[in-house]
Design a binder for this molecule. Structure first.
Ligand SMILES: Cc1ncc(COP(=O)(O)O)c(C=O)c1O
Length: 434
């Protein structure tokens, strides 16, 4: 056992998720976002498994240092930094073979100065269609693409946009508008340069699940690849309703909107053609399985008499004599303090509630009533395994469940797992029965 607390990373589950996603999007290329330590799963561990098994064609990072760490680990897959690099970082990013995002004349010029005619720097142009974070205006895209295409030190490897609310069915009109703007920009770029863009991409997890017209040449699913459904924390509706299946007979594809069917201009080759492809969304959602399990053990088990309180600031009081277990995990590991009195863990297939304030390095759980009998045995022994995120024996506490309690999303729970938690790669031949 690799120490008292660790994150078990089932790379085969990641592989099964990526295979299911690829089937769903009709075999399109996949960029796996590995930013933020691969959503907390371990940057190099994840990238290595993906490269060795051919599960994705591209990796996506947020920081130049993440790209360089991948190269230093021997990863050779193409890497895209999903946002523009700081001018000071451009040269070393290009030297490491990290493809950079550009969005205006300044970022284009900075990357050009790090490229050469013999070895042009590959760039992807980001178009802002509504996220309002980074990217050029759709109307500027053709001019910027010409700037890139006419500079021998640069190669235009791709054009992309980011969807702001693709997981939200109440925002489908907005998403359709984003995609319409994007298709217009792509068409204008290809008209202006006279060349087909090698990679056009837009789909995050929500796009993969809900918008086939966002799939283009490559998809960029993050949270879905790691086994979670985007927006699940705030979802109170049935899965069928969310999938749009309840009112559509066999409706695996979303209704085409008026906006999405009349894009201005048609690209020279149809990056968005999803005819005859695309799996069933319900099938994909059912196939997706979490990759990470946060595991620890009971370090101490004791009886707390009725009326006594547990942990800092006395936020939990025993109503009866009860067995309390201590677990060496706390907010210093990324187990949020907001889970005080609310979080649950799984021990031997049973859920147990966190009692009292989550400490920096430890937390306590209620293991059940103590009878006071002379020969009473604790319900569990110190040393027994505890699952804090994941499944065990038919019970599941997901990062989405913890996110719901903390009023955040699974992404933040996963990326918040601290560096001191070792990531241990395992391989499961089959999907576990939960
Ligand atoms: C540009 C870009 N593409 C794709 C993703 C993946 O998003 P998701 O995890 O929702 O699939 C992100 C994540 O924030 C992103 O910033």
């Amino acid at each position: 056992m690799p120490g008292e607390t660790f994150a078990r990373i089932d790379v085969d589950a990641l592989g099964r998720n990526l295979t299911a996603i690829r089937r769903h999007v009709g075999g399109r290329k996949i960029l796996l976002p590995v930013k933020a330590n691969a959503y907390g799963h371990g940057l190099v561990e994840v990238a290595r498994a993906v490269e060795e098994n051919g599960w994705a064609e591209w990796l996506g990072v947020a920081a130049v240092d993440e790209g360089i760490a991948l190269r230093e680990a021997g990863i050779t897959l193409p890497v895209l930094k999903l946002s523009p690099a700081h001018a000071d970082d451009v040269a070393r990013a290009v030297a490491a073979g990290v493809t950079l995002t550009v969005e205006d004349a300044e970022t284009i010029s900075a990357v050009a100065s790090a490229g050469s005619a013999e070895s042009p720097a590959n760039v992807h142009l980001k178009v802002d269609t509504g996220m309002r974070r980074i990217g050029c205006e759709p109307g500027e895209a053709a001019g910027l693409a010409r700037l890139i295409a006419t500079d021998p030190r640069l190669a235009l490897g791709g054009v992309f946009t980011h969807l702001a609310a693709s997981e939200d069915e109440h925002e489908d009109e907005f998403t359709a508008r984003q995609l319409k703007l994007f298709r217009g920009a792509v068409a204008a770029i290809e008209d202006a340069t006279g060349e087909a863009i090698p990679l056009v991409h837009a789909a995050n997890s929500g796009g993969v699940l809900r918008h086939p017209d966002s799939w283009f040449d490559l998809v960029r699913p993050g949270i879905l690849s790691y086994g979670y459904i985007p927006g699940a924390e705030s979802r109170r509706r049935s899965l069928g309703e969310w999938l749009g299946l309840d009112d559509e007979a066999g409706g695996a594809q979303p209704r085409p909107t008026d906006e999405s069917s009349d894009a201005p201009g048609t690209p020279p080759h149809d990056h968005a053609d999803s005819s005859g492809v695309g799996g069933d969304r319900a099938e994909l959602v059912t196939a997706i399985e979490p990759v990470l399990t946060l595991v620890s053990h009971l370090s101490y088990v004791k009886v707390v008499p009725a009326g006594q309180t547990v942990s800092y600031n006395r936020r939990w009081r025993a109503r009866r004599d009860t067995w309390i277990g201590t677990i060496p995990v706390g907010y210093g590991d990324g187990y949020r303090r907001g889970l005080t009195n609310e979080g649950e863990v799984v021990i031997r297939g049973r859920r147990h509630r966190v009692t009292g304030t989550v400490c920096m390095d430890q937390l306590m759980v209620d293991l059940g009533p103590a009878t006071g009998a002379a020969d009473e045995q604790p319900p569990y022994q110190a040393g027994e395994a505890v699952v804090l995120i994941g499944s065990d024996g038919g019970e599941r506490v997901g990062a989405d469940d913890l996110g719901r309690i903390c009023e955040t999303i699974s992404y933040e729970i996963l990326t918040g797992l601290a560096a001191r938690v070792p990531r241990v790669v395992v391989r499961s031949a089959h999907r576990p029965v939960v």
